[in-house]
Design a protein around this ligand. Sequence first.
Ligand SMILES: NC(=O)c1ccc[n+]([C@@H]2O[C@H](COP(=O)([O-])OP(=O)(O)OC[C@H]3O[C@@H](n4cnc5c(N)ncnc54)[C@H](OP(=O)(O)O)[C@@H]3O)[C@@H](O)[C@H]2O)c1
Length: 242
Amino acid sequence: MTSLTGKKIIVVGGSSGIGFGVAAAVLEHGAEVVIVGRSEDKLKAAEKRFGTGRVTGIAADMAKEADIARLFDAVGAFDHLVATAGTPPPNDPIGQTDMDFVRRFVDSKLIGAVMLAKHAVRKLNKGGSMIFTSSINKDRPPVPGGSVVSAVAGSFSYFARALALELAPTRVNIVSPGWVDTEMWDEIVGEAKSGYFNEMGGCIPAGRIARPADIAPAYLYLMQNEFMTGETVHIDGGQRLV
Ligand SMILES: NC(=O)c1ccc[n+]([C@@H]2O[C@H](COP(=O)([O-])OP(=O)(O)OC[C@H]3O[C@@H](n4cnc5c(N)ncnc54)[C@H](OP(=O)(O)O)[C@@H]3O)[C@@H](O)[C@H]2O)c1
């Protein structure tokens, strides 16, 4: 396992949720972190919460290639890219699909990942890695309304396998979380969140819904283990089993 002390790590989505948890974990391991999101206010609030000079926030929208190119030019050489950014997925039954919403979702989540990889390779140090985030929706699709998010989440495993071959020895991996208690759920279900979490938490082997700090070690492992590449790591408290 390699040390993260002094490494520079970009976390796209680091101002909230899973990404915030990853940024907190790599800071504990002595890394320097660049957190990326669209909202300057959220980035500033996150920088304040971290309370260390080793975090820099840079505003960029991963659906915009010019933003991504500018991001990597501004950061310069770095060691690991982590992408957790995402917005609530489309969830209408297929016959009522809003195609503009679907296109915006695919543009930021999947095309955004392709653009991150395209520009990251210009600046990634030898021995570095890229980690993208898919989800349990590929294994346990919501019904109805889960077809788009399931297709997008599933595609990440194949994206990583092909890219790991193309970019070797740079490593490319995926983390696939189950449900995690983040701000995204407040946006999707609001006050109904605790009801959903109690019900699902009671069903899954881990006995509760994950917090971001439960998921961050999967990203740490993929950064630090030089023999992991082209893989999808599932971290879901056994949710895929029920
Ligand atoms: N929470 C779960 O249960 C769960 C489970 C499995 C997988 N996931 C996946 O994990 C990802 C993160 O989820 P989360 O729960 O951590 O969400 P979250 O708490 O809402 O955080 C999302 C982060 O991504 C950033 N972001 C969103 N769109 C962006 C864009 N176009 N460009 C740059 N940054 C962007 C947000 O900042 P701005 O709003 O300022 O841009 C924020 O920092 C999502 O893709 C989700 O599908 C989540």
